[in-house]
Write a protein that binds this ligand. Structure first.
Ligand code: 13P
Ligand code: SF4
Length: 311
């Protein structure tokens, strides 16, 4: 029974005792973002995990992110408050099927979004995040054939922007898929001067209305620099917490789903992490990411290539 515990104070105590670093993604609840040592997008969190000298990485994000931390920092204990914090993109791409997709296209390289399992990373040539994908794709010769998975919307966006014909795996993010174009147009009509910032996991009918398209960190940078006073944000709405902290005088509105509000766009996997579960994870050093060394080394190659090409 945790009632009566000052969770924030207990988490701080355990973080020191364990020499732990708490990394959080922008889609985490505000109370978790506020106590994290670092909040960032997938690429930034990977770099932090690779560089930290802490003994324990408490990863407040989803499982593929915590696995990435373990792949890059195998000597650290990596804990994830809730092991069920998955991702619809990872679920869409079972390694066996992905292997067959690769084998069916032997003259293609596999460029793969970081939102996938370690086994799929091990079957890939280069990993990308939404903030590194454009830099990386522009280094690949135009004649090189590519398969891209598992996010068909990010892949489609890159195909359109770079004039490529990458073959796309049919996965989607259930969160970004839920934005409604009709409701977005109604919201734009109410705020005609407000730009729209969108994540490239959004489908094209949302991207088409965006003034800025980029990763969570990119969207946050855009929020800090756009000249107006209201911004429509087409990504998971918990990122608005950072915008409100940085720019208390401005208005940030989450893009709506079919029901006209943005609550249906909360990521159900990210939402599984709570202060209570983070406290228990730091106390017990469980749930913990474990990975077989052969798989880790195979997955590391494509991640290392991303880190080299993204810099
Ligand atoms: P980025 O933070 O890298 O933009 O990724 C968004 C996301 O969906 C993570 O699951
Ligand atoms: Fe996966 Fe989408 Fe949730 Fe990100 S927001 S973890 S891509 S389901």
């Amino acid at each position: 029974n945790l009632s009566g515990l000052d969770l924030r104070a207990e988490i701080d105590r355990l973080r020191k005792e364990r020499n732990a670093v708490i990394l959080a993604h922008y889609y985490q609840k505000p109370e978790i973002q506020d106590l994290a040592d670092f909040v960032g997008d997938s690429l930034e969190l990977s770099r932090k995990a690779a560089d930290t000298d802490a003994d324990v990485i408490a990863f407040c994000g989803v499982k593929f992110m915590a696995e990435t931390a373990k792949i890059l920092s195998p000597q650290k204990t990596v804990i994830l408050p809730d092991m069920d914090a998955g991702c619809s993109l990872e679920d869409s791409c079972p390694p066996e099927q992905f292997k067959r997709f690769r084998e069916a296209h032997p003259d293609h390289i596999a460029l793969t979004y970081i939102n996938c399992s370690a086994a799929v990373k091990a079957l890939s040539d280069v990993i990308v995040t939404s903030s590194s994908a454009e830099t990386i794709i522009s280094q690949i010769p135009p004649e090189q054939k590519i398969i891209f998975g598992p996010d068909r919307h990010l892949g489609g966006y890159l195909n359109r922007k770079f004039g490529r014909e990458m073959l796309l795996w049919p996965g989607v993010c259930i969160v970004h898929e839920a934005f409604s174009e009709t409701e977005l147009l109604k919201l734009k009509a109410q705020h005609p001067d407000a730009p729209v910032a969108a994540h490239p996991e959004c489908p094209p009918h949302i991207i088409d209305h965006a003034d800025y398209v980029g990763s969570t960190s990119g969207i946050l940078q855009f929020a800090k620099s756009f000249p107006g006073d209201t911004l429509i944000v087409a990504t998971e709405p918990h990122i608005i917490h950072q915008m409100e902290l940085a720019l208390p005088g401005k208005t940030f509105i989450g893009a709506p789903g079919a029901d006209g509000n943005c609550n249906c766009n909360i990521c159900p996997y990210m939402a599984l992490n709570t202060m209570e579960k983070l406290y228990i994870a730091l106390r017990d050093l469980e749930p913990r990411i474990e990975m077989e060394e052969g798989l880790r080394l195979a997955a590391r190659k494509s991640l290392d290539r991303m880190l080299e090409m993204a810099s």
